[in-house]
Design a protein around this ligand. Structure first.
Ligand code: ASP
Length: 427
């Protein structure tokens, strides 16, 4: 029998999960059943993906860099990658800002809904706001830079939130390897090659569980979702975010692909569909990273050194979907709470949302937490996050898919713009 392609399997898992989730909420004990007996499998699946993320980054990044000819090649790849990451992020935030001002979703919210949301979610949101504010108080302006350089690599490797520290260490390690004569590092390169093959095999094994993992994630999501009325009340806001994300992915990215990547958008979107679906069901760019790397390398033919440099960094700092969402959310909250924002406040959203998206961890709900900083920068009370809290998860799913699509796009572009690698033993 012909094997069904992975993306179809994942899609079937998503749809079956939604149906079973709807079925579960019809019965009194249904939600408890989903949480007790189905949710753990989704958690196990996400844990497996996260488990392999750090080993994958370490081996593939060191291997990718040590395959380069010299350090100049790395710095030119690095600078170009960062330029494209920043450019796409700024376009995303401006698109969000334009749409939210044009549509004015805040005008669609009734006074009753506003009060209801602030009361229902106020407590939970206040806790999160306090956490972020406490963290921010202790931080100087250059703390983000200090945070990239770890004092102990084993400590960094003990938490997935330290991804940038792992990347930093792997880059130094790879650079040192390039600088040494080939015969001195040859044996270690063989170990890396083997390590890389083993890690990729583990990814393949984990992906066998993907349809069941996403099934379980979707059942839980539907079973724990707030009532449909909430979605109706926040419809204009959600639609503004969705319209922005769709325009970004299918219009802006297609133009980038056409002009910079010289690739047909259809080919690109077909190739990364499995990663998009996984980003959608896990809401985590970090958990999706192994699959994004696999799709970009094997389905799109992007070189390994580019994939292993561009994608781990992108998963951590390039979040176009998150940035667009933060702009829409911040202005929407300001609109509902009756703030009249000046042009300079709107411009400050561009800057802070860009920085906040770079600083957001690649995990579910991180963008919502960092929204606190965007709101504070324009003098809007972060307590207003309670207004959008209920619909955040579905929007997180969509923005995560967008985030990883943006990373893959830049990998395709870098494949064209970066010189070929090819370090050979000195003869
Ligand atoms: N969940 C998103 C990601 O992992 C981050 C966010 O919350 O926007 O890419």
């Amino acid at each position: 029998m012909k094997k069904i392609a992975l993306h179809w399997q994942i899609l079937i898992g998503i749809l079956a999960g939604i149906l079973v989730g709807i079925l579960c909420v019809q019965f009194d004990a249904g939600t408890a059943f989903a949480v007790d007996w189905i949710k753990p499998f989704g958690t196990i699946f996400i844990n497996l993906l996260k488990l392999i993320a750090i080993p994958l980054i370490i081996v593939s990044l060191i291997k990718g860099i040590s395959d380069l000819v010299d350090v100049t090649q790395l710095s030119s790849l690095g600078i170009r990658t960062l330029c494209f990451y920043v450019a796409t992020t700024i376009i995303a935030v401006m698109l969000g800002l334009g749409l939210v001002n044009l549509i004015n979703p805040g005008g669609f919210i009734s006074e009753d809904t506003r009060k209801e949301m602030l009361v229902s979610f106020g407590g939970e949101v206040q806790q999160k706001v306090d956490e972020v504010e406490k963290l921010e108080e202790a931080r100087g302006p250059l703390q983000a830079l200090v945070d990239i350089v770890p004092e102990n690599i084993f400590e960094s490797a003990s938490a997935n939130s330290n991804m940038l520290q792992i990347i930093f260490f792997s880059i130094i390690f790879g650079v040192a390897m390039i600088m040494l004569p080939f015969n001195q590092v040859e044996a270690f390169k063989k170990v890396l090659d083997a390590g890389n093959a083993i890690v990729l095999k583990i990814v393949d094994l984990i992906m066998l569980a993907a349809p069941y993992g996403v099934f379980s994630l979707m059942v839980t999501l539907v079973a724990e979702a707030p009532s449909f009325d909430v979605f109706k009340a926040l419809g204009a806001y959600s639609l503004t975010v969705i319209l922005g994300l769709v325009t970004l992915v299918y219009l802006v990215y297609s133009l980038f692909l056409y002009f910079f990547g010289k690739m047909k958008p259809q080919k690109f979107f077909k190739a990364i569909f499995p990663a998009q679906l996984l980003g959608f069901s896990t809401s985590s760019s970090a958990a999706t990273l192994p699959v994004t790397m696999d799709c970009v390398e094997n389905n799109l033919g992007v070189r390994k050194d580019v994939v292993s440099f561009v994608l781990p960094i992108g998963a951590t700092i390039n979040m176009d979907g998150t940035c667009l969402y933060q702009a829409v959310a911040a202005i929407f909250i300001a609109q509902v709470m009756g703030y009249d924002l000046t042009t300079s406040q709107q411009l400050s959203v561009i800057l802070t949302a860009t920085l906040a998206s770079i600083g957001s961890a690649a995990v579910p709900g991180a963008g919502l937490l960092m929204l606190v900083i965007v709101l504070e920068s324009i003098g809007v009370s972060p307590a207003g996050i309670a207004l959008i809290f209920a619909v955040d998860r579905p929007l997180d799913m969509l923005r995560t898919s967008t985030n990883i699509t943006g990373d893959a796009l830049v990998a395709v572009i870098m494949n064209r713009f970066s010189p070929r690698n090819g370090r050979k033993p000195a003869s």
